[in-house]
Design a protein around this ligand. Sequence first.
Ligand code: SF4
Length: 358
Amino acid sequence: MTSAVRTAPLVDIRRIYAEPAALELPRGRDVVDRWPGAEIVPVASHWQIPEVHGDEANVARWVRIKTEALVLGVKKSLTTRPNGRSADFIAPSTANGCAMACAYCYVPRRKGYSNPVTVFANIEQITAHVARHIHKQGAKTEPNQCDPEAWVYDIGENSDCSADALLSENVRELCELFRMSPTAKASFATKYVNRELLEWDPMGRTRIRFSVMPDETAKVTDIRTTPVAERIAAVNDFVDAGFEVHLNFSPVILTPTWQADWGALLERIDDTLHERAKAQLAAEVILLTHNERLHEVNLGWHPKAEQLLWRPELQEQKLSENGAVNVRYRRGLKADAVARFRALVAEKLPSCRIRYAF
Ligand code: SF4
């Protein structure tokens, strides 16, 4: 089940849980046509499907649900929120949920733990909303760490867009909007290499951020993802195909051997990337945050991951706005690790600019 041994397809849709309104839209019909053998199960709301979202203790069942179930819904509230860290703005999602199952992932916290992908069928409304926002925003006149000249919109806050592209044309259509938008750029992080994207010709207006971490750790935590070596090997091809390609060094998990493991990984990246890829390279560095509730769920199915993720002697609690107990590395330890990480990148992968680290 780890990234190293995945051979089965990531998705093989057998059941489509669909809101009636989504089935009436062209995108809803496209998705149904894409999976002609799938049974259609009508649902009143994509948020409330107990048989796919409940039962957080049954991991074998989650994986089957992630592989075989797809939800078709209509996104009701369309808002673009300011961000300022990874991107200038967070665009409304075209999907939520994920067919992969990283042990630290925050995406399932709202929806229950099997969390299969919901595809939003009202892509025309979403695209029109984003187009209006881009138009209203006008040109970027002051460079910032998100980008020196374009407003950057994160389009994958609640899902993995490369995997979503296996399910519908939503991500491609949104990227096509950015392709025609000289003042803006789409951006998404991914742990899945979908080579179909190499046909898209995004003309530099889509930034794909491959998330990487040392193999030793990824084999434990990055369940169902593309192996890290394959993600790194894909960078040159995506640059050649017209993507801007950045890296997410995230999450950085402070294992006993993290410095040696990351040093080796950064050297491997330096050896693999060609000069054009290095010339446009930048990265985000994000140290792990975890969550008490997720920790408890993980203990039931993947205690080995929790040995890496849950380290109370190194971590402190932080109550989030919705009352959830999150944990992060203690302040002094974290500042020291960030400084060490920056020094490692400067030494091993000097072409890589760090956009931000926290
Ligand atoms: S690939 Fe991303 S969205 Fe999917 S489970 Fe992993 S961290 Fe979550």
